[in-house]
Design a protein around this ligand. Sequence first.
Ligand code: FMN
Length: 262
Amino acid sequence: MRPSPSNRLLLHVQNQPIAGVLHQIKHVLKAILAAIVRIRYHGTSVLQTKLGEAANLVLVPCRAFDSSILGTHSVSRQLSAEVVAQWLKGHPDTTVEYLDLAVNAPNHFGTDAIGIKTGVQAQPTEAQRYENGVSAKLVNQFLAADVIVIGALFYNFSIPTQLKAWIDRLAQIGLTFKYTDKGPVGLATGKTVIVASSRGGVYSTSEGGQAMEHQESYLKIVFGFFGITDVRYVRAEGVAMGEASKAAAIDAARTSMLAVAQ
Ligand SMILES: Cc1cc2nc3c(=O)[nH]c(=O)nc-3n(C[C@H](O)[C@H](O)[C@H](O)COP(=O)(O)O)c2cc1C
């Protein structure tokens, strides 16, 4: 039985990459500082920050800080945080887990990640066990969520590698999909995905643009493959086309958010 709307689990996935080690160090230091502040704020609560360990912990999603590699505030981060806030207005008892892929991205899905699943080795290596554990945590966290809010920016006509690395951990046969004699069947049914999308250019209004974008279209296909038919978008596009265009794009996204995140 699906949980009632009052105890839905909302998974907030953010994937703003950071350029360079210095930015990364700065971001991690800020995250530690924010964690310390939260610990002090919540008194006795234990703050778990590693992947998949934040169950039943309500985290206020972090804002952009200086993490955008464009040197400005990240639009997708801002929007995904607002989507979560909007959702919580209508569903105040929702438990939120926050996964920041800029800080905690899984490794690329490599040999060690698939190692145990191939069943070739009788004794998996330490690295294979570790990678398998990461995949298990991420897919279980995903399967437990009813609503998944994803901050998805647009890089080189597609999604950032951090987001792809996360999706690669979700695509597990027998958990999110299976193959039958009639073809693939998605197993992660009944969920809602809300994508907070930001793009430098405009792609949604022309056939040529739609053919060029492999961000929203890809997310719709892959979550559809997992059995999720309710994929919604809050889109800010044209954010690199001048300040007026950026402001109008964010306004449009905020307007659509009222209907999308309820
Ligand atoms: C490395 C890089 C690649 C990008 N590639 C594209 C692109 O192919 N098409 C596009 O319209 N915008 C592109 N952009 C612009 C971003 O999509 C846009 O700035 C978006 O708002 C970034 O998300 P953020 O604001 O959350 O950081 C690119 C930006 C960067 C930094």
